[in-house]
Design a protein around this ligand. Structure first.
Ligand code: 87F
Length: 511
């Protein structure tokens, strides 16, 4: 119960009774500022923005409709795209038998402490304890072995949308590090390596689009180092985001080429066209509800959430602003008509018609929830047949004639989407530091930068960098080697070992 309960009571202790009063008078506010106490700001913003409710089991969170709708928007996009690639959805059980789980011994070893087990039903002990899936390789691959016999059974391309459980012990954080989370996991098998290689990059591109086109979060596509890759696979590609406030990189999603490691282990063997036995080439790939947390961390501000229009379940909130002697009915009718017009045009608009809150309170409320655009309609607007639109991202206000409302609102939503991305990219790029030497590296790390450095790409050197940077804030490691490599001039040396540099790599602290 510790983590979740603690956080909650802390928030109450600091905002508690007072906040409720404030809520009625001037609107709800955050008691922490993003630049002053990022951790508390984040916890508060996901709760007050009504995305998350803390739960009485540490590391577990309730995902409320405001966040779930964002997940669903991404899901709709991704699901349609993978179906175009002829990937099919399926569902495998939540439970794993210990014998099957053990089959993967080598790579599960390091993960074992995170596996949760069911040991009882009612009062009686189970004869054999049953594991809860932390990922589904061991659940699925025995059946891949059964289903794949000849080359005509390939490719086999399956995906499932599900929950997984990993019993984390370090600092649980809503969306970012939770003990249960939602994801999609894709598991595919091919006759040839080149088909597998192609798919790895196709999926990675979809992950980039989720971050950049939907969440307006810039990411870097890259390859993980040998130390950081999924140990069970051949190579791991990633989209890496960066959180400027903490100076930490964060893995946004991964697309692995597993090579033939698992097909050896699980005997996923087929007869090829020449009648020879061959082992399947496999991939696996996933993105999780962490995406939502990254988006909140990147765009949120001291007024609360800031939602990109493409993922906001309410894109426009219409607030009536009646004055004492004004034509209240006329204002309400104009608001209703506005919502109708926008909804008919495919814009997600809602009216806040509650009569027990002031317009000012409503402004703060919807700002806290991050709605991209607010429309206010008061007596003056009514008289002029216009509305006032206020942007959440930069506070800019414009009066719009009701005659051309749909076009202008569509333009504004597109502008907000674009400028959120541009602003986030500027902040991220301002944190990127190119270094050539160890001293520059240490200095940049102290300034919480994301460091691009020429590297010899040797495992021992990465281990050494980790050891040499160990401290309170956590050690530095490689985030990825960008797929788009800047040139390496002849004679460039590794910043850490002084050996000839093989490639550019991003380094930093990470989540
Ligand atoms: C925790 C407990 C047990 C990560 C774990 O990335 C096992 C594991 O295998 C484990 N945490 N992993 C690696 C997951 C690899 C892979 N699985 C399919 C993915 C994408 C989706």
């Amino acid at each position: 119960m510790a983590g979740g309960g603690e956080k909650k009571s802390k928030a109450n202790a600091t905002g508690g009774g007072k906040k409720k009063e404030v809520k009625k008078e001037t609107g709800l506010g955050l008691s922490y500022k993003k630049d002053e106490n990022f951790g508390e700001w984040y916890s508060e913003v996901v709760v007050n923005g009504e995305m998350i409710e803390y739960y009485d089991i540490s590391g577990c969170y309730i995902i409320r409709p405001w966040a779930m709708s964002i997940w669903e928007t991404m899901q709709k996009f991704f699901d349609a795209e993978i179906k175009k690639m002829k990937i099919q959805n399926c569902y495998f059980p939540l439970f794993v038998s210990p014998t099957v789980l053990q089959k993967e011994k080598d790579h599960i070893e390091g993960f074992a402490p995170e596996v949760a087990w069911v040991t009882k039903s009612g009062e009686s002990d189970l004869e054999v304890p049953i594991a809860i899936r932390p990922t589904s390789e061991t659940v699925m691959y025995p059946y891949y072995s059964k289903w794949i016999r000849g080359h005509r059974d390939l490719p086999l391309k399956l995906n499932q949308w599900c929950n997984v459980v990993r019993w984390e012990f370090s600092n649980p954080t809503p969306f970012i590090r939770s003990r249960e989370f939602l994801w999609q996991e894709g598991h595919t098998a091919f006759a040839t390596k080149s088909e597998a290689d192609d798919e790895v990059l196709q999926i990675l591109e979809l992950y980039r689009r989720i971050y950049e086109e939907f969440l307006a979060v810039p990411v870097i596509k890259g390859k993980k180092s040998e130390l950081e890759k999924f140990a069970g696979g051949l190579y791991t590609t990633t989209v890496e985001a960066f959180i400027p406030n903490t100076g930490r990189g964060i893995q946004g999603a991964t697309s692995h080429c597993l090579g033939q490691n698992f097909s050896k282990m699980f005997e996923i063997i087929f007869e090829n066209e020449k009648g020879e036995k061959a082992m399947a080439w496999q991939n696996s790939w996933a993105y999780t509800t962490r995406t939502i947390g990254v988006m909140v961390m990147v765009h949120g501000d001291d007024k609360g959430l800031v939602l990109p229009p493409r993922v906001a379940s309410v894109q426009v909130i219409v607030v009536p602003v009646p004055y004492k002697d004004a034509d209240t009915q006329g204002i309400f009718d104009a608001c209703t008509a506005t919502v109708e017009t926008l909804c008919e045009a495919g814009i997600c608009a809602n009216m806040d018609s509650r009569d027990n809150y002031s317009p000012g309170w409503k402004y703060s409320h919807w700002e806290m929830k991050g709605v991209p655009l607010r429309i206010e309609i008061g007596p003056k607007d009514l008289a002029k047949n216009q509305v006032r639109a206020v942007r959440r991202d930069n506070g800019a206000k414009v009066d719009l004639p009701r005659s051309s409302l749909v076009e202008r609102i569509k333009e504004l939503l597109d502008e907000i989407q674009e400028s959120l991305f541009v602003a986030a990219k500027q902040r991220r790029d301002a944190c990127i530091q190119i270094v050539k030497t160890w001293d520059e590296f240490v200095e940049a790390l102290g300034q919480r930068k994301m460091i691009l450095a020429p590297w010899c790409d040797e495992e021992e050197v990465e281990k050494d960098v980790k050891a040499r940077t160990k401290g309170e804030m956590g050690a530095a490691k490689t985030l990825c080697s960008p797929l788009e490599q800047p040139e390496i001039p002849e004679g460039t040396l590794c910043f850490a070992s002084g050996k000839p540099a093989k490639r550019w790599s991003y380094w930093g602290r990470s989540y």
